[in-house]
Design a binder for this molecule. Structure first.
Ligand code: GUN
Ligand code: ZN
Length: 433
């Protein structure tokens, strides 16, 4: 058969558990060997120690820092062409810029073109997996999943449920349920894909549709729940207004069976301590999106509050409200958001959040995120000398300082190569296979 085994020699770094709680989780080999067989890591360690076990192994030397592929825990593919739209906070920005943009996805060909460009942009930025908002149109999921299958990428998505959305962009309780059910059945077990039941947020679904979302989640133990939570103060006030009986915004979702260990909530900028305690107890997590929170004037995520309660977190770009596809750049902004509360984010923890932390949040940490033996070989080659300034800043720096400089100064320019299942899927030099 076509068994292929291949070695990659280089500087290896991964953080497979939260170093905030597990300081020994940082795994670093200055001269490491990664052995990949049919896309799976079969061995990893110090080159000198390990190489003798694989006589005759074809070894490729990768100059740069090798880290696991980045995982974007919250991003909207249909918004990519409307990134950098000027002037408004969340609710007005949605009405003015985003809902019109999403209406264009009624055209399947437009969805196909955008999905391809989107996944290529992820690869250019070192992102190998993502939890993705498409649009209300069922075929917007087909377009994304077809493009992800072509690229062998581990991608999660599900059609948006929004029966109270604007004219021309709303489904119904019945169509939302039947189309979600059909998509789950159509895509189950294919490639590296997974489904997420995706009510847009509390304000765009009727009570009956939120109930349907809960029923879909209960019926399908392999799917996630993906929505937005407590992003913007006007949004929070409107939710409190509509659901006066709920204890807080999270409790609205809880009342419909939407809060559990498979739930991923984007933002959580404005959370009560009660909500944080409930998130931690349920195992639900937050996709923290600092770039978006700055762009829409939403506020700063409170890492200290989340940590005090033990809330699971990952990092999301939230493009098109986010202004960059780079999780390195997003990690740098997370540092700045945390520092605004005098709580500097450690660069190794930031790397964890962008890799294994996101994988855990998305329930794919058995497959990706740590470059551990048995996991899939999705990884990125980082160039610490990508710009003259980065080269100077990192030349004699410690590993921690180099990693921090990559997060503060780096972006797509430092992604020299991106590998999917051990195959080069993006090469900055333009020689990708
Ligand atoms: N809340 C509801 N929909 C959206 C969206 O498309 N983007 C963001 N950032 N927040 C939302
Ligand atoms: Zn979003």
């Amino acid at each position: 058969g076509g068994m292929t085994i291949h070695g990659f020699r280089g500087e290896l770094l991964s953080v497979s558990r939260d170093p905030h709680h597990h300081p020994d989780a940082i795994r670093y080999e200055p001269d490491g060997l990664l052995v990949v067989e049919d896309g799976i890591v079969v061995a990893r360690g110090d080159y000198m120690t390990l190489a003798g076990r694989f006589p005759g192994l074809a070894i490729e030397h990768l100059p740069g820092l090798i880290v696991p592929g980045f995982i974007d825990a919250h991003v909207h593919y249909a918004q990519m062409d409307h990134i950098a739209s000027h002037g408004e906070q969340l609710l007005d920005w949605l009405d003015r810029h985003i809902f019109p943009a999403e209406k264009a996805f009624a055209d399947r060909a437009h969805a196909d073109r955008t999905a391809s460009l989107f996944l290529d942009e992820l690869l250019r930025n070192g992102t190998t997996s993502a939890l993705v908002f498409p649009t209300v149109h069922a075929h917007s999921v087909d377009a994304l999943f077809d493009a992800a299958l072509d690229r062998n990428m581990r991608i999660l998505s599900g059609k948006i449920l929004m029966d109270m959305g604007p004219e021309g962009l709303a489904d119904t309780v019945d169509s939302g349920r039947s189309e979600s059910d059909a998509l789950i059945r159509r895509w189950r077990g294919r490639g590296r894909l997974g489904y997420a039941v995706t009510p847009r947020f509390a304000l765009t679904s009727s009570d009956a549709q939120l109930q349907v979302a809960g029923a879909l989640l209960a019926d399908h133990p392999d799917v996630l729940l993906h929505t937005h939570l407590a992003e913007n103060l006007r949004e929070c006030a409107a939710v409190a207004d509509r659901f006066p009986a709920a204890q807080d915004y999270l409790d609205v979702y809880d009342r419909f069976g939407l809060v559990g260990d498979r739930s991923v909530f984007a933002h959580g900028v404005h959370l009560s301590d009660r909500a944080c305690a409930r998130l931690a107890q349920s195992g639900a997590g937050i996709a923290v999106c600092p770039s978006s929170n700055l762009f829409l004037g939403s506020g700063f995520f409170d890492f200290g509050q989340a940590d005090a309660h033990g809330v699971r977190i990952g990092l999301g770009t939230d493009v098109g409200a986010g202004t960059s596809f780079s999780l390195l750049h997003t990690a740098g902004l997370a540092y700045q958001a945390a520092l605004s509360r005098h709580d500097p984010l450690d660069p190794f923890r930031a790397l964890y959040l962008a890799t294994a932390g996101g994988a855990a949040l998305l329930h794919m940490d058995d497959r990706v995120g740590g470059l551990e033996p048995g996991q899939e070989a999705d990884f990125v080659l980082l160039d610490c000398a990508a710009t003259p300034l980065l080269a100077r800043r990192t030349e004699h720096a410690t590993l921690a300082d180099r990693l921090f400089a990559l997060q503060i100064l780096g972006d797509d320019r430092v992604i020299a190569r991106t590998y999917i299942l051990g195959q080069c899927a993006w090469d900055r030099q333009g020689t990708a296979s």
